[in-house]
Structures are given as C-alpha cells and as structure tokens.
Design a protein around this ligand. Structure first.
Ligand code: GRF
Length: 192
C-alpha cells in the first residue's frame, strides 16, 4: 500500500517540489501518494508551486496562536485525510507534544547539518562562518525538541573548496533534494 503523505512547509518549498516530482514520475511513484501540502504561512512560496502542480494545498496561519491551540486545529483538519506520514520540509514551527504524540514516529524532517552539532535555523551560514571542510544533511524523526529526534540517515557534503555561502547552499540543497526522496523511499518500502 502506498503511504499517504502530507508535506509541511513555511517558505520556498524546494524540498517539497523535489518530493512532489519524485511522487509523480520518479522513485517515489510506487511508494507514496502526496495527499496535501500544508503551510502555517500564507506567504509561503511553495504553496504556489504545489497549486501549479495540481496538489491540494491548505494554509492555516499560525501567527499569534498558542502552539497547542494551533496544532489542535491542524490535527483536526488533517484527520479526514488519513495521513500516514508528515514530512517537514522547511516547516519553521516547533510541534507541540500533542502533535508529536498524534503522529508518533511518523513525522520526518530534513536538516542541513549534523543535528548533533547544530540545531535550528542558519545551518549553512554556520558551516560557512566556521570554515568547515565538510558538513552533513540529516533526515530524522521529529520529537519535541528542535532537531533532536532519532537520526534516520546522514550524508556528508564536502565543502572544502567552497568560498561563498551561496556555493555551500547550492550544493547543500542539491544534496537535500536527492537525499530526502531516497531516504523516504527506503523507509516506506521497509514498512510494507
Ligand atoms: C532546507 O535547507 C531544509 O533542510 C531546512 O530548511 C530549508 C528549507 O528549504 N529545514 P526549502 O523550503 O525546502 O527550499
């Protein structure tokens, strides 16, 4: 059975777009169905991308709402869709314990660093400023902390020859776009 996934975004949505393409006619075609793209931010660029691709979208603005109240709204909204996995792709909001419990071990995030070394936003900038020779992309389960959940897979990125933040970001995103779908495919297939 194909897994039913919802992708959560807050901004650009390039990882969402990469997964969307792989579900349409790529490596995720037989592994999952992209049921919905959700955003907490009405301005998220990725919402347009998803709409243009014909994927159902929903936005519930989180601004000014208490974490648990907002998450309850989202849980209620999602319920009828019978979502198997929530994929966070640049979702810039910490999830409440209630949400984590509702989708226990079924929420997956991608983080552009080794989550044991750096958590939160600005990971490429951190790698750049610290003149790292290599950095990582991490796909992990989401728990109540910020980028603290169990690691599913990490891939290394050699940034030793790179001199600008833009270069690092470009190479990092290319790795993320490839890696995220590949890891999801393995995960979903192992669960059949
Ligand atoms: C990516 O670097 C992702 O790893 C991080 O936020 C960024 C989102 O980019 N969690 P995009 O919205 O997928 O383009």
């Amino acid at each position: 059975m194909k897994k039913r996934i919802a992708i959560f975004i807050s901004g650009r949505g390039s990882n969402m777009d990469a997964i969307l393409r792989q579900t349409r006619d790529g490596i995720l075609r037989d592994a999952c169905e992209l049921v919905l793209v959700f955003s907490n931010n009405p301005e998220a660029k990725g919402l347009e991308t998803a709409k243009n691709a014909g994927v159902p979208t929903e936005c519930i603005a989180s601004k000014g709402k208490k974490r648990e109240n907002f998450d309850k709204e989202v849980i209620n909204f999602l319920e009828p869709f019978k979502i198997d996995y929530i994929i966070l792709a640049g979702y810039m909001r910490l999830l409440s314990p209630l949400f984590i419990r509702t989708y226990q071990k079924r929420i997956i995030n991608i983080h552009p660093a080794d989550t044991r070394a750096f958590q939160g936003v600005g990971a490429y900038d951190w790698a750049y400023k610290n003149k790292l020779q290599k950095t990582y992309a991490t796909v992990h389960y989401v728990d109540e902390g910020m980028d603290t959940g169990d690691i599913i897979e990490q891939r290394e990125l050699d940034i030793s020859g790179m001199t600008t933040l833009e270069e690092i970001e470009k190479a990092g995103l290319a790795l993320e776009h490839k890696m995220f779908s590949e890891v999801l495919k393995k995960l979903f297939e192992n669960e059949q």
